[in-house]
Structure formats: C-alpha cells, structure tokens
Design a protein around this ligand. Structure first.
Ligand SMILES: [Cu+2]
Length: 145
C-alpha cells in the first residue's frame, strides 16, 4: 500500500516538524528576559535582587506608595547616595551623574508598569527622580555582572 505508507510518512514528518518547532519555541522560551520586580513606596525603592546578568532585563515596577513615582535606570560610577543634584537640590542631575539606560515614568499609586531595558555590565543606580524623592530614600545600588 504505497499511498498509505506515503501518508504515514507525511504524518511522521509532520509530527517531527511540529516537534522541531516546539523545541525551537521552547529553547527560545528557556532564555527570556529575566524579570526584575521593583517595589516602590514613598520611602524606598527595592528590587527583588541586587544584581543580574548583562542583557535584556524586564523591570516590573509596582507602586505601593500613596504618591506617583518613576523608575530611572542609570549607569554610573557613583554610589546611590552620591548622585549629583541639580542646583535646586530636589532632583538628580541625570546627565551629570551618569548614563540613563531607561526610565518608566508616571507610575500611579497601586499601578504596575513594565518595560525591558538592555543592560551592559557595570554599576547602576535605580532611583525615582520625582521632585524630592531621591532624598526620601528612593535610590539603590544595582550591579550587572
Ligand atoms: Cu518617587
């Protein structure tokens, strides 16, 4: 029954192809951007881990405070407590302090916002640059290595 054999062969090839696509999808899925949860409230900004590997990192920022916040991802040689301030002393001078890699703005209370940023190895500071919030403690060191 040559036609039946051919049909079964096609089925097998179909199954193999499907399995191959599935494996390809799985191997892609096995190395997704690692998620980094960051909880912000009105006195602190806390990432779920203090370091991560270089590459794309998905920041999932949850605002548990009563005020609106933001997340700035700054690559810098400065420590979290030593960023350069604008003359008003209420906001960080981002350009003078380092290189901004990403920012998630306008995160309302109880809101979660997510974005993926590509991080090279180095020292970073994660902070909120809403007026006065840096001095309220919303800044923390973060390492990519
Ligand atoms: Cu803030």
């Amino acid at each position: 029954m040559p036609t039946e054999t051919a049909r079964i062969c096609r089925l097998h090839w179909g199954a193999l192809l499907a399995a191959g696509l599935f494996l390809a999808a799985c191997s892609r899925g096995s190395s997704p951007s690692p998620a980094l949860r960051v909880v912000v409230d009105d006195q602190s900004l806390k990432p779920s881990v203090s370091s991560t590997a270089p590459g794309p990192v998905r920041f999932e920022v949850m605002n548990q405070g009563a005020l609106e916040h933001e997340l700035v991802v700054l690559r810098t040689d400065l420590p979290a407590a030593g960023l350069r301030m604008h003359a008003d002393e209420d906001t960080v001078d981002e350009d003078a302090s380092g290189q901004k890699v990403g920012e998630i703005e306008d995160i309302a209370p109880r809101e979660q916002k997510s974005e993926t940023f590509n991080l090279a190895a180095g020292h970073y500071v994660l902070f909120c640059n809403v007026l006065g919030h840096y001095h309220q403690g919303l800044a923390i060191n973060f390492e990519v290595k």
